[in-house]
Design a protein around this ligand. Structure first.
Ligand code: M6R
Length: 357
């Protein structure tokens, strides 16, 4: 039930710090090490390549998952849109593991791929919020995201939960394979949960930004590089699906190869820079759009924030910034939709589970 909340979406955004703490508890062993099904661990480390299959927001979590698994566990990963993979399968490696990411566990496009790869005899794992779901029952293994029921059509807490579980899974596999690392996901996720609260407790600032930037905007761009680029895709999806503002996420460096032609006087552009290696490049891209009239909204991270940045996220580990930087984007989308009189929880033309192809 949504209790005192006006919308499920707002409630579910607010729940994210608790969801992350719940995941830490569920995946922590008595000796503080990671608790994960031995068979899942084995399936991950046995794979010579992982294929992540998903749709929508879960696909965006999968893009972050690729970065995490490759950087942490050293296993090559490809992330695919389920409906594309279904009719256009790439060449597969010799020992693939298929990971299906799905909040509902019922997405028909992903199920189609699962059925096909099972016929080929490949190993499968589903990461889902609904353990009894079709994708969970039909895969060899399941990892639970423990986010609690997600009712709003716009996915919020399921996304951050999926990325948390992917980070834990990646570190577990890395440790099992003897890879040295100083990244402790259970500890770092605790820092993430606290950082999330900064935004869920200061909604007025984000409501003001939504009003200022998006009350009358026709379009909006989100630009970022590397990890931030994936979050920009998610930020744009959130905004378009509930506020009906035309929104696009772009890789910061790609804009000048065409899309920059769309920037007009006053076009809102959200810039996301949480990755130390590329934050200056992204600032350069922001200057390019500002020179063409864009109205900039910079989101950066403590440690390399600048005075004019609108939103500064607290310092969290490089691998986990998406879990925090998406929160202001979710809240800005929520308030933009609210101010524009949209049906936040049930946007037009959309269903919570997409069970048809
Ligand atoms: O249940 P799933 O995670 O498989 O759903 C996938 C997409 O349909 C879903 O993420 C959709 O994009 C959301 N409405 C996004 O907010």
């Amino acid at each position: 039930e949504k209790g005192t909340y006006p919308h499920y979406m707002l409630k579910e955004i607010d729940e994210q710090p608790f969801v992350i703490r719940n995941i830490i508890t569920k995946y922590k062993d008595a000796d503080d090490s990671i608790k994960l099904d031995e068979q899942v661990r084995q399936a991950v480390i046995d794979a010579d390549r992982i294929y992540i299959i998903a749709a929508g927001t879960s696909y965006h979590a999968g893009l972050v998952g690729k970065e995490l698994i490759e950087k942490i566990a050293n296993i090559p990963v490809e992330t695919h849109i389920a409906s594309e993979f279904l009719y256009n399968m790439p060449l597969l490696s010799k020992k693939p593991l298929f990971i299906f990411i799905s909040q509902s566990g019922e997405t028909a496009d992903s199920r189609g791929v699962l059925v096909n790869v099972k016929k080929l005899g490949h190993k499968t794992l589903t990461i889902t919020n609904v353990p009894g779901s079709t994708l969970s029952r039909e895969a060899d293994h399941t990892l639970h995201t423990y986010a609690g029921p997600e009712i709003a059509v716009a996915s919020t807490k399921a996304y951050t939960a999926q990325m948390a579980v992917l980070a834990i899974m990646a570190v577990d596999a890395a440790r099992a394979a003897g890879v040295e690392m100083d990244f402790d996901p259970l500890q770092e996720l605790g820092i993430v949960a606290n950082a999330m609260e900064i935004f869920t407790e200061q909604k007025d600032v984000l409501e003001e930004i939504a009003r200022d930037y998006l009350s009358v905007a026709r379009s909006c761009f989100f630009i970022g590089r590397s990890m931030d680029y994936h979050v920009c895709l998610e930020g744009a999806l959130k905004l378009k699906e509930i506020s009906y503002i035309q929104a696009e996420g772009f890789a910061g460096g790609e804009l000048k190869h065409g899309t920059i032609a769309l920037i007009e006087e006053g076009t809102p552009v959200v810039g996301l820079a949480t990755q130390e290696a590329v934050h200056l490049n992204l600032r350069g891209n922001m200057k390019e759009v500002v020179a063409r009239g864009a109205y900039p909204c910079m989101i950066s991270m403590e440690g390399f924030a600048e005075e004019d940045d609108k939103i500064v996220i607290p310092k969290v580990h490089d691998y986990l910034t998406p879990l925090v930087s998406v929160i202001p984007m979710q809240l800005i989308s929520y308030y933009a939709a609210l101010h524009r009189g949209c049906d936040v929880d049930k946007p037009r033309n959309l269903a919570k589970s997409v069970t048809v192809e």
